[in-house]
Ligand binder design. Structure first.
Ligand code: ADP
Ligand code: MG
Length: 361
């Protein structure tokens, strides 16, 4: 089921929770709503659900205008952060609840209900837990029950609000895989809210980045990361280092540091770079003289994370380098090295700009 959100806005008293928002979601798409706390994600989700009325605008499911349609007639499944399972009911009864509560005329037979519930429990690998109560399950298992319950009525649209927010990292990772898998198998359309960029980038077909009730960018994870529309998106999607200084004749100077900035006009400028866009060497280079000291070393994972400090830096930089490089340079705390930016990003221009200082001669 496709969803068209047109000019939806919402105020709470004097708080503008949503500016007029437009968003087209394709049939079968998994869309992540990503943004900091208070950016309007839950408000938008609740309006799509029909749990909240917008002040203006319209919502269409396919060709059907559902703007004034009651939540129970929208064919929506929900999963919230807190599992909200019925504690006095077994897993089976929790998943069956929506079906057993249907008006008699539309209700499937008890045999059909049983079949459908067991099929869903199998899908979330909980068929052996049907007779347990929620308190006898782990958080991740309870959230899988919530997912099965939301899918029992075969919704056209699945809405999830920070569904994995209360779980630890490993379980969260596993549940993401579940969701992706169920989504592909059952072909519903999903809109899920998260403030976790990694989760949004991993799971979504497209991500909607929000801040202050506005949409900052709608794009595939890849485009979002490579071509952020503005500084907000760039900073929200990962760690960022800052380089601020005075530019003259395409060279930026800051204390005793300097770096070539081809094409940048004279004056005070702020440039940004990601941790993996810093190369380190024993010597400066004609294009970059950026002396730094290593103040912290975290050698866990695929890369080594280094904290770099210098007199000319306001805040320390974070750099990530490969283990081979780490060993070659014999990096230790207190080691003095020279940084070379492989890329620098600018957002105070009409269009975001990326420089590649090392690629120029
Ligand atoms: P998010 O889910 O991104 O954290 P919300 O949609 O919950 O953000 O909130 C957006 C803004 O609307 C916030 O400023 C929040 O304080 C406000 N808000 C949300 N719900 C209500 C409400 N029921 N009454 C008053 N203000 C609200
Ligand atoms: Mg919220």
């Amino acid at each position: 089921m496709s969803i068209r959100i047109s000019q939806i806005d919402k105020r709470y008293g004097r708080t503008r929770a949503l500016e007029p928002i437009d968003l087209d979601i394709h049939d079968g798409e998994l869309i992540g709503l990503l943004g900091p706390s208070g950016s309007g994600k839950t408000t938008l989700l609740r309006i799509v659900a029909g749990l909240e009325q917008a002040d203006g605008g319209s919502i269409h499911f396919g060709d059907r205008d559902v703007t004034r349609v009651h939540v129970r007639d929208r064919r929506i499944g929900f999963v919230f952060q807190h599992y909200a399972l019925f504690r006095h009911m077994t897993v089976f009864d929790n998943v069956a609840f929506g079906l057993t509560a249907m008006p008699r005329a539309r209700r499937p037979s008890s045999g059909e209900i049983r079949g459908r519930v067991m099929q869903l429990l199998e899908m979330v690998r909980l068929q052996d837990f049907a007779q347990r109560f929620p308190a006898q399950l782990s958080g991740g298992q309870q959230q899988r029950v919530s997912l099965a319950r939301a899918l029992a009525l075969q919704p056209d649209v699945l809405l999830l609000d920070e569904p994995f927010g209360a779980l630890d990292a490993k379980v969260r990772q596993e549940l993401r895989r579940w969701l992706r898998h169920l989504h592909e198998e059952l072909h519903f359309t999903s809109l899920f809210v998260t403030h976790d960029q990694e989760e949004a980038l991993e799971l979504s077909d497209r991500v909607v980045v929000m801040s202050n009730g506005r949409v900052e960018q709608i794009a595939t994870p890849d485009t979002l990361y490579r071509q952020p529309a503005n500084q907000f998106v760039f900073e929200f999607l990962g760690d960022v280092n800052r380089l601020e200084g005075d530019v003259e004749d395409e060279v930026l100077t800051c204390g005793d540091a300097r770096v070539a900035v081809p094409g940048v006009e004279n004056g005070r400028q702020e440039l940004l770079l990601r941790p993996h866009e810093i190369w380190l060497g024993e010597q400066p280079d004609a294009r970059a003289h950026l002396p730094v000291s290593v103040t912290a070393v975290v050698p866990v994972g695929a890369e080594v994370r280094l904290e770099l400090e210098a007199d000319w830096l306001g805040e320390p930089w974070l750099a990530t380098i490969g283990h081979a490089e780490f060993e070659r340079l014999d990096v230790k705390r207190g080691k003095r090295l020279f940084a070379q930016p492989s890329r620098l990003h600018r957002f105070d221009t009409p269009r975001p700009q990326t420089l590649a200082p090392l690629a120029t001669s």
